[in-house]
Ligand binder design. Structure first.
Ligand code: MRU
Length: 358
């Protein structure tokens, strides 16, 4: 457990490499808020399962885990040449890349690891492995700085005492530290901003209830849990002055894939004239994806809706279910996209490109 920030928040680091054992340690987010259990990940098969089943989740945390996974996958391989090592890496990359399709950070991190591997060509095999370990560490360390910068930019748009609605969990445990959408809340909390945060429970896997409400409450932030279908009433009652969400992939035109239900929140925010902000590290912005239509939306199992979190099934046996895990919010509903390089406003195809050139 690590203490951070003046506000007295005590949080856990959700993904890290154990230096001595040289294994990946992840917080099993499926057990929260009831149990804080860490898993030692030795094999990439276990990491694949951990990503697929959302033990490690949230776009930046998935990227960090994939970076370490790329190292774990080759560190014990007995390649005698660079070519053999590269072959082994490619298999690991393809395999880990099949764990979840929507969060682009997974692919971004694996591409970054591959780029580092290519830069190491010509060096001794052991040296190359050490370099990959170093690159994975860099991805995690940089993410802390990125989230802090996003937090500061986002905080500049908010005022003390505001009510803020958030959906899913884009917090500390979804990143290396601070979170993306929750970063301004933590930074503001440390400065006495006294935000009133409303956390959508986020059906069906309850990331808002289990994770966001948990980590904000641990930090001493004023958080109120609501069911997803209560967002409209809290907006209508004037309790919400801004919506802040994270994202899994931003297309070049500013369309944003995030947890299922996000687009509905954005539509309601527009109706009630409440600013809708998306917090997005550059690692989540996919300039190769022209628009939201091209984003692959993950479909998950029916039982997540019908029975997973219940003592007894809450739907008739055998009923058909449809479980898209993300949806795409149209760029026209988004007030601004907040990155670590600054705040992007419409038209997004121009403002997002500018962020990459800063
Ligand atoms: O399915 P999940 O829990 O991985 O979905 C996560 C989200 O939708 C988050 O909002 C997003 O990854 C941003 S995390 C900083």
């Amino acid at each position: 457990m690590e203490k951070y920030m003046e506000a007295g928040a005590t949080v856990v680091q959700s993904v890290r490499l154990d230096d001595e054992k040289d294994v990946l340690i992840i917080l099993d987010q499926t057990l929260l808020p009831n149990e804080k259990k860490f898993l030692e990940i030795h094999k990439i098969e276990d990491l694949w399962e951990a990503i697929h089943s959302l033990r490690v989740r949230g776009a930046p945390a998935i990227g960090i885990a994939a970076g370490y996974g790329a190292y774990l996958g080759i560190k014990d391989c007995d390649a005698a040449t660079y070519e053999e090592l590269y072959e082994a890496f490619k298999k690991v990359k393809t395999y880990l890349g099949s764990s979840r399709p929507t969060a682009v950070n997974l692919f971004w991190a694996l591409d970054r690891m591959e780029a580092r591997l290519k830069r190491e060509e010509g060096k001794a095999i052991e040296q190359i492995k050490t370099s990959l370990r170093e690159e994975a560490e860099k991805i995690r360390i940089e993410d802390e700085k990125v989230c802090e910068a996003i937090g500061n930019y986002a905080l500049s748009l908010l005022e003390p005492g505001w009510g803020i609605l958030t959906h899913c969990n884009a917090g500390t445990i979804a990143t290396a530290k601070y979170g993306t959408a929750l970063a301004p809340i933590y930074l503001g909390h440390a400065k006495g901003y006294d935000f009133k945060v409303y956390a959508d429970e986020t059906r069906p896997l309850l990331q808002g209830a289990r994770l966001t409400a948990w980590e904000l409450k641990e930090a001493g932030v004023d958080v109120t849990l609501i069911c997803d279908n209560m967002a409209s009433i809290v907006m209508k009652e004037g309790r919400i002055q801004a919506v802040l969400v994270g994202c899994d992939r931003v297309a070049a035109n500013g369309d944003v894939a995030n947890k299922i239900g996000t687009s509905g929140v954005a539509i309601m925010a527009k109706h009630y004239q409440i600013p809708f902000y998306v917090c997005a590290p550059l690692s989540t912005i996919d300039m190769n994806c022209s628009d939201g239509e091209k984003i692959h939306i993950e479909l998950r199992s029916d039982e997540e809706i019908t029975s997973k979190w219940y003592e007894k099934p809450m739907a008739p046996a055998g009923v058909k279910a449809y479980n898209p895990c993300f949806d795409v919010t149209d760029h026209g509903l988004i007030t601004a996209i907040i990155t670590e390089k600054g705040i992007a406003y419409p038209p997004y195809h121009e403002s997002l490109s500018t962020m990459f050139n800063k």
